[in-house]
Unconditional design. Structure first.
Length: 131
């Protein structure tokens, strides 16, 4: 027998974490579809070409640093308080080099991107975005 339960919404204030901002950071990492990376983990990097189909459905692309830190890519909008996500689809499943401003609040890391480019491998070549 199923019982009906009335749920009363409660307002829970999110914890307050101070914002730490660092200027002029350089990060090297892989642009990944967050949902695929969380679901497949290390098997995601098996050399198999992955698509970014979920991005079209709203799944964000993130930058995974060498240490496993997840960086949420951002760009400053026209207003100083406006921050939006940049289009990193051309770099999906690619190593990139990013310059920008690091924002840290609690365990969350965002990077306001000033420059992004495909990362050159040890032979000095850079793959074209999306190839």
């Amino acid at each position: 027998i199923l019982a009906e339960v009335e749920l009363t919404p409660t307002k829970i204030a999110p914890p307050s974490f101070p914002l730490r901002e660092s200027a002029d950071v350089h990060v090297v990492g892989r642009v990944v579809d967050l949902g695929l990376w969380l679901g497949k983990g290390d098997s995601f990097s098996s050399g198999v070409k992955h698509t970014c189909a979920d991005v079209e459905n709203g799944e964000p692309l993130v930058l995974i640093g060498d240490s496993g830190t997840i960086y949420y890519p951002l760009v400053r909008g026209t207003a100083t308080t406006s921050i939006v996500r940049p289009d990193l689809r051309p770099y999906c499943d690619r190593e990139v080099s990013v310059d920008g401003t690091l924002l840290v609040r609690g365990e969350a890391h965002g990077i306001i991107i000033s420059r992004v480019a495909a990362y050159a491998d040890k032979t000095g070549t850079s793959p074209k975005p999306g190839s």
